[in-house]
Design a protein around this ligand. Structure first.
Ligand code: SF4
Length: 378
């Protein structure tokens, strides 16, 4: 099984906290870009070694900015390169203000069965402050339109620790998200990425960072509220109603190969990581000239061990110590078990009946430092 990811690097405007690769050049470059992605799919289709494509994910940037005829052309072009008949989950990321009735119907007719929406907050003042173009009401209406078009598998993204956010206002955003009954919720703590508009605002003292203890409290509230509402906390930042884990994102965490197409996309085939350039024109020129645009890096055994530990511990599946021993040998296994011991004693790690090491609820709050301890190269 394999996943295909396509990066759509266009946004209508830049959000102040964002350091993802995206541009505002949709009008000038959108059509050429779509042709380039199809050309890249032709060039790299054999990298999937005949594996069935089971998930397709259009992420960004803002895929919902792409005009419908370009989205149709993109999916038709991908269908000429890959057998998409086995796709179980076809996700498109969207911003709420793009989710019109026409867009929803277009997605349904393309076979999209999951939409992941960047809502981030239900406070209009905060949304304006961070440069989002939508309002809370638009997010609510977007969910209604998706459902009316038959797309019920909806994921909502939220951010905690935003400037101006308080414990009551965050609690309210979580409650408003739950009131919409999405199948899936992802929530991330804000990071001030160097060079972003928000980072400069903090440097100039125009915004104040939410204290770390308050961010932890927001995360606790999130976990408690969502678990109480029946969501499974299956990855540190991801929650789903039973049966609605993101299959595509799960492939990043469980070593399933994926092919990433488009500028700035990454790929992984179990051993080699490939990275496409963060430059729209370089990407388009290269693939249209018949060359793959990616750089590649073969991971060492210890780098793969570190990834297994880091990604595994982020999930509710944890790390299977027996498999770790089989895949990486006794030295790695001994290191893992020895370093885990103190965290087990402290109640931050537990071992399941089938030998999986899983972070406890307390351990999740300390995940970064525990993961660092268990990695080989810390
Ligand atoms: S819409 Fe998404 S990708 Fe675009 S600037 Fe905002 S956060 Fe970044």
């Amino acid at each position: 099984m394999a996943g295909v990811y396509v990066h759509i690097p266009f946004c209508a405007s830049r959000c102040s906290y964002c350091d993802f690769f995206s541009t505002l050049q949709l009008e000038q470059a959108g059509a050429d870009y779509v042709e380039a992605v199809i050309a890249e799919a032709q060039l790299r289709r054999l990298e999937l070694h005949g594996e069935t494509v089971h998930t397709l994910y259009l992420g960004g940037g803002t895929p919902s900015q792409l005009p419908l005829q370009l989205l149709f052309r993109l999916v038709a072009g991908l269908g000429e390169c890959f057998d998409l008949s086995g796709v179980e989950e076809f996700t498109v990321e969207a911003n709420p203000d793009d989710v019109t009735r026409e867009w929803c119907e277009g997605m349904a007719s393309l076979g999209v069965n999951r939409v992941s929406m960047g809502v981030q907050s239900f406070e209009d003042g905060i949304l304006r402050l961070i440069g989002r173009r939508h309002t809370a009401q638009q997010a609510v209406e977007a969910v209604g339109r998706l459902r009316a078009a038959g797309i019920s598998n909806i994921s909502i993204d939220l951010i905690y620790g935003l400037p101006g956010q308080t414990i009551p206002s965050w609690t309210d955003s979580v409650e408003q998200a739950l009131a919409l009954q999405p199948h899936h919720i992802s929530a991330y703590g804000l990071t001030y990425e160097e060079g972003t508009r928000l980072w400069h605002q903090r440097e100039r003292g125009e915004v104040t960072e939410v204290p770390e203890e308050q961010c932890l409290e927001m995360y606790r509230i999130l976990v408690q509220s969502l678990q109480h509402a029946g969501y499974e906390h299956y990855e540190i930042s991801n929650f789903a109603l039973p049966g609605y884990h993101s299959r595509h994102n799960s492939s990043y965490w469980n070593d399933t190969p994926y092919l990433g197409l488009g500028a700035a996309a990454h790929s992984y085939d179990g051993k080699v990581r490939r990275y496409n350039p963060h430059d729209l024109q370089v990407y388009i020129d290269k693939v249209m000239a018949g060359e793959t645009a990616c750089e590649q890096e073969e991971l060492t055994r210890w780098e793969r061990y570190d990834e297994r530990v880091m990604l595994g511990l982020r999930t509710s599946q944890g790390v299977d110590a027996n498999k770790l021993r089989n895949d990486f040998g006794n030295e790695a296994w001994r290191h893992f078990v020895k370093m885990a011991q103190g965290h087990i004693t402290a109640g931050n790690l537990s071992i399941s009946d089938d030998g999986r090491y899983v972070l406890t609820r307390d351990g999740i709050m300390l995940s970064d430092s525990i993961i660092r301890d268990l990695m080989w190269d810390d």
